[in-house]
Write a protein that binds this ligand. Structure first.
Ligand code: MRU
Length: 354
């Protein structure tokens, strides 16, 4: 499995997800500002992956800091956290990871540690966030795979795969784990307009793994369901509110409504770092509006006439009534989701801010 993001000497290296599948290009970030730009421009994307990138970006910035005293070091640290927090608003994993780095900083600084010692602890924390994400994906994959029958035809939306995490994936982790358990599975991948994460990234990952994959345009999902070609849906999430409402890639809500109309289970796979008990419901989740150019153009080709207004909300909210279960690394949450989410995530340190 290709690493989504890794340390290489004094840089953070990530595969450029804007270029896949036509080219495998690696981007080297040498500053936190470069990491922030990589997140905003979608070189790296996917909720857990941007959290990991932010943590690594903070560690990188503090490694390169010339500060000698802890006061100046702390001021630089805060500025770096603010810069990374301003990249994308919806995925709570970003704020969760930054908060974790802040808590680490405060705990070490409070012991009277030197700049060098704080720096080392921040790097260790960023590595831990990375490694724990892969472990969480594997565990939630194992748990979710129990809900996948042999021969299942699975529809997924966007890319919730290895590329969207530190490795293995959330929704694709469930599919991978089912395949590894010997189940025959096939996947319908929604292309996911406008950024085409499904057509480009999900299909690329699954084909590399030898999993039977068919790409459909987003507007084909209903017809496929009506023809009895879909047994279950599994998607990832960018933020899950306390009542179980799920923010995920734009188009997820339509898939959930279609799934309910056809009595098809609609599953969400997400680590605890995606659960935001501080946000009461989906109406309080900030939805990112991305540049119009993602809609008006495909590559260099303009699709829309000048003068037409454009909307480009990058996410939507699926109300909890549409969700059959949420797979986490600590178990599957089933309705009533508010209760089961509190049970799995209530004890985790999931404070968020935005
Ligand atoms: O805009 P993106 O590509 O970052 O959106 C990604 C998604 O919506 C994913 O489904 C979500 O982050 C879950 S990734 C494991």
């Amino acid at each position: 499995m290709l690493p989504t993001i890794e340390w290489q000497d004094d840089a953070i290296v990530m595969i450029d997800q804007r270029k896949l599948p036509s080219a495998e290009v690696w981007v080297r970030c040498r500053t936190a500002n470069e990491v922030a730009r990589a997140i905003t421009t979608m070189v790296i994307r996917g909720a857990p992956a941007i959290g990991v990138a932010a943590a690594m970006g903070i560690a990188l910035a503090m490694r390169r800091s010339k500060a000698t005293g802890t006061r100046q070091f702390a001021a630089e640290f805060q500025k770096t956290c603010d810069r990374l927090a301003a990249t994308r608003p919806t995925a709570v994993n970003l704020f969760w990871a930054i908060e974790r780095m802040k808590k680490t900083f405060a705990a070490v600084a409070q012991t009277g540690a030197s700049v060098g010692e704080i720096r080392t602890r921040l790097e260790d924390e960023a590595r831990a966030i990375h490694d724990e994400d892969v472990a969480s994906c594997r565990e939630m994959g194992r748990i979710g795979a129990e809900y996948v029958p042999d021969g299942a035809r699975i529809l997924t939306h966007c890319n919730a795969g290895a590329l969207a995490t530190a490795g293995y994936g959330t929704a694709l982790g469930v599919i991978r784990a089912a395949a590894e358990a010997g189940k025959r599975v096939s996947v319908l991948a929604d292309e996911t307009r406008p950024f085409l994460q499904g057509a480009r990234l999900t299909a690329w990952e699954l084909v590399r793994d030898g999993i039977d994959t068919t790409v459909i345009t987003d507007n084909m999902a209903g017809a496929m369901m009506r023809q009895g070609l879909v047994d279950l849906v599994v998607v990832g999430a960018d933020r899950i509110a306390a009542n179980g409402d799920v923010a995920n890639k734009i188009g997820t809500y339509s898939v959930a409504v279609l799934a309910k109309a056809h009595r098809i289970p609609f599953y969400v796979a997400a680590p605890l770092s995606t659960i935001d008990l501080a946000t009461l419901d989906g109406d309080h989740i900030p939805i990112e509006e991305r540049p119009a150019k993602e809609v008006t153009h495909v590559g260099p080709t303009r699709l829309t006439p000048e003068g037409a207004k454009i909307r480009n909300p990058a996410f939507d909210v699926t109300p909890h009534e549409y969700v059959s279960a949420i797979f986490t690394e600590r178990g599957a949450c089933t309705p009533p989701l508010a209760e089961s989410l509190r049970r799995v995530a209530g004890t985790q340190d999931a404070s968020t801010q935005d």
